[in-house]
Design a protein around this ligand. Structure first.
Ligand SMILES: Nc1ncnc2c1ncn2[C@@H]1O[C@H](COP(=O)(O)OP(=O)(O)OP(=O)(O)O)[C@@H](O)[C@H]1O
Ligand SMILES: [Mg+2]
Length: 265
């Protein structure tokens, strides 16, 4: 069994004003292996955030199941750390205080949590900023702090919902490269939501493609790229370009040319 197993997930919302039912997630099933990076790619409004919220335990499904390490999800837990688009840092706590918070909640002794926090701040390139407050950091630095805070808890699954959507294109590429570096060092299990095809391919081991609402898994594509990854090399690589073209066609509803290593879902 995979570390994260999503089976026949289905979610309906009822509009409180009209009483109408909206099916956000039709029937979604897929798994993520331990230490695997999976991008969840799909058109806007197809239910990606809804699936992530259910996996995080922030929302409940109408039917279907989510298991992490064989246990059914029944609420939020530090074993499923979330990096939000809006960072969700504590503005009144320092950089160090933000990273230490989860460790303290888990009862990690003080000396140990300082060492762990320093290690993760170094990993994301924020050493020297321990005493700063979030508002004193750039958007990209806040995002890296969000990553460090989640990683410091060593979650079974790290959930990320378009975490780089609000930074400029240049910074985004840098953060994406840094995230692949962190992933290669720490090998967390990652569930990464995006509607950016390049980003999905650059980061992931596999890309789960969701159809428009009510969403289903239309295909799961294995990314044929070596690690470590760098944008320069990726853009020069025919495999990268083929995979991006294939997924772009798929999202556009065209009949794509089939590359060598595509697993039909
Ligand atoms: N709390 C809610 N109440 C009612 N409808 C909702 C709620 N949350 C989401 N929806 C609906 O469910 C559908 C899926 O929304 P969701 O936010 O999961 O999409 P998404 O794939 O994350 O989109 P995007 O790429 O734009 O972030 C949409 O039609 C949305 O309007
Ligand atoms: Mg969303």
């Amino acid at each position: 069994m995979s570390t994260l197993e999503i089976t026949n997930l289905h979610k309906e919302f009822v509009d409180v004003y009209t009483g109408e039912t909206v099916t956000a997630v039709g029937d979604v099933s897929f798994g993520i292996e331990q230490g695997e990076f999976v991008s969840i790619l799909g058109p806007s409004g197809c239910g990606k955030t809804t699936v992530l919220n259910i996996v995080a335990g922030f929302d409940t499904q109408t039917s279907g199941t989510v298991h992490v390490d064989g246990r059914a999800v029944d609420g939020p837990s530090p074993e499923r750390g979330v990096v939000f688009q809006s960072f969700a840092l504590f503005p009144w706590k320092t950089v160090l205080g933000n990273v230490i918070f989860g460790l303290r909640m888990r009862g990690v002794p003080r000396r140990e949590r300082d060492v762990i926090a320093q290690q993760y701040l170094q990993l994301v390139g924020l050493e020297g900023f321990e005493r700063k407050f979030p508002h004193e950091l750039s958007g990209g630095m806040q995002q890296r702090l969000g990553v460090a805070r989640v990683l410091a808890n060593e979650p079974a699954v790290m959930l990320m919902d378009e975490p780089f959507a609000s930074v400029d294109a240049q910074t985004r590429r840098k953060l994406q490269e840094e995230l692949t570096g962190i992933f290669e060092t720490k090998r967390p299990t990652v569930f990464f939501v995006t509607h950016d095809v390049d980003e999905a391919v650059f980061l992931a081991d596999r890309v789960v493609v969701l159809s428009a609402r009510p969403s289903r898994v239309s295909e799961i594509v294995t990314v044929p790229l070596e690690r470590p990854r760098q944008w320069r090399a990726a853009l020069d690589s025919a495999e990268f370009r083929h995979t991006v073209t294939y997924l772009t066609d798929l999202l556009a509803g065209d009949e794509p040319g089939v590359p060598a290593d595509v697993d039909r879902a």
